[in-house]
Design a protein around this ligand. Structure first.
Ligand code: NAI
Ligand code: 15L
Length: 265
């Protein structure tokens, strides 16, 4: 069991899920976000902090032996917004971890690191990045930062390229990208319970019938996703029409992010 697990992005969708479902992983959960959070309960510490604030992040990470890094801008935004949270913030986090004895990090990366691959391609974890947005580029930056800190200092990070983690898939594309909340929870458990992880890249995706990603290189973690998006196929078919075969959502793995403009400041 960990002594103190830091969860960044604790006010967000996955952060609230982690707060409610992962208490058993550590004696204390340290919950942090730039946004307000619910007051601390038993076994919790709540610290509001901007990831862009170097000293605050250093103080935040001190005393933690695991970090579930969910905080940051999670969709396409202006470069300046993304820069503070996902570039400066990630540098601050890795430097703070280096000063704090290198707690293991789970970095919430994204399918948008590879979003411009077409949906007929089956990807391995070492296929080159093809980001579909500035947001996707920022996640490539985070992955590169983890590589530097692993090779230079031995810092362990699990890079989890999350597909679409929501209670249910929301459209036809998500039948291939969906990660169920239960499977997210079991993946985080595996990452923090494994004796040694190094720096694996893991596709954060459930046991869907439709799939574009090969997770065999992460088998050593012992993670076995149980849910399948097929349960929801009929519901999605009834709720919306299948996208046209030339629609961005049907062509590219990153879907609509591929058609996002560059947002100006
Ligand atoms: P979210 O947007 O609901 O939560 C992100 C949290 O980060 C927010 O509460 C926000 O206030 C916080 N944040 C933003 N800027 C910050 C800053 N400068 N300092 C401190 N905190 C800041 O996102 P969600 O869905 O919970 O995702 C969590 C992580 O997983 C994100 O990093 C996202 O990029 C990644 N991810 C999520 C996917 C999903 O399907 N939910 C898919 C792929 C990646
Ligand atoms: C992501 O990276 C986003 O954080 C999330 O909100 C979804 O858009 C997801 O990817 C997706 O591709 O469905």
């Amino acid at each position: 069991m960990l002594e103190r697990l830091l969860i960044t992005g604790a006010a967000g969708g996955l952060g609230r899920l982690a707060r409610s479902r992962l208490k058993h992983l550590a004696r204390t959960l340290r919950l942090s976000d730039v946004a307000p959070m619910e007051a601390a309960g038993e076994g919790e510490e709540v610290i509001q902090c901007n990831l862009g604030d170097r000293q605050a992040v250093r103080d935040l990470v001190a005393g933690c032996d695991g970090i579930l890094h969910l905080g940051g801008v999670s969709v396409e935004r202006t470069f300046d917004e993304i820069c503070e949270a996902n570039l400066v913030g990630v540098y601050n986090l890795y430097e703070a971890a280096r000063a704090a004895g290198q707690p293991r990090i789970l970095f919430a990366s994204s399918n948008h690191t590879i979003g411009f691959y077409t949906q007929d391609v089956r990807l391995q974890v070492d296929d080159p990045h093809r980001p579909d947005s500035l947001y996707g580029v920022s996640k490539c930056f985070g992955e590169a930062m983890s590589s530097l800190y692993f090779d230079k200092f031995g810092q362990e990070t699990a890079l989890v390229r999350i597909g679409s983690c929501f209670p249910e898939p929301r459209d036809h594309r998500m039948l291939a990208t969906w990660l169920s909340p239960d499977d997210f929870v079991s993946l985080v458990e595996c990452v923090f319970r494994a004796p040694r992880i190094g720096r694996p890249i893991v596709w954060g995706v459930s046991n869907n019938q439709a799939t574009w990603w090969d997770n065999s290189s992460a088998a050593f973690l012992g993670w076995q996703p149980k849910d399948s998006s097929e349960t929801f196929r009929a519901k999605i078919d009834a709720a919306m029409s299948v996208p046209d075969k030339d629609a961005v959502d049907a062509v590219y793995q990153g879907g609509k992010f591929c058609a996002e403009p560059i947002h100006e400041n």
